[in-house]
Ligand binder design. Structure first.
Ligand code: FEO
Length: 169
């Protein structure tokens, strides 16, 4: 049985993961419009990952006897100045998500909810990867932006990204 405060906060994170997917789809659509299909592919995969994160929260809430609640998902931005500003936002967004996961961990510790604390460790590790990946692409975009061929080469590289569903616990 989940503590009420824990259930609400897990549902809030479920919603934020869906929002993250929505944000990355908006970024995918921006890149499709710029004819950068590799960049768009990277964002589509990122959106798929976020949906899988959301489903992890959904499933966990249900397994603990709680109720997954669908709340409003606000519209993200739809326009950016450049590929660099997009990836700056991705990196900032992932740092913000890390902060939310850390707050969830703090709450699990406060409530002595060891099961939720254990569940959240996957996300603690995932956020290290998410920040590393966002920061890595941001550095490449900054370098590639110095020339048109650079952006073309990076587009080819980002086209290679494929979706790997997260392993079952
Ligand atoms: Fe669900 Fe990008 O963290």
């Amino acid at each position: 049985m989940l503590d009420e405060r824990m259930e609400e906060t897990l549902n809030f994170q479920f919603n934020r993961e869906l929002y993250s997917g929505y944000l990355y789809l908006a970024m995918a659509a921006y890149f499709e419009d710029q004819d950068l299909s590799g960049f768009a592919n990277w964002m589509r995969i990122q959106a798929q990952e976020e949906l899988s994160h959301a489903m992890k929260f959904y499933d966990y809430i249900v397994r603990r006897g709680g109720r997954a609640v669908m709340a409003d998902i606000e519209a993200p931005e739809n326009e950016w100045e450049s590929a660099t500003t997009v990836f700056e936002q991705v990196y900032e967004h992932e740092q913000m998500v890390t902060g939310l996961i850390n707050k969830l961990v703090d709450l699990a510790l406060e409530l002595k909810d060891h099961a939720t604390h254990n569940f959240l460790q996957w996300f603690v590790a995932e956020q290290v990867e998410e920040e590393e990946s966002a920061s890595g692409v941001l550095q490449k975009v900054k370098l590639a932006s110095e020339s048109k061929s650079g952006i073309y080469m990076l587009d080819q590289e980002l086209a290679q990204r494929v979706f790997h569903p997260p392993a079952e616990e």
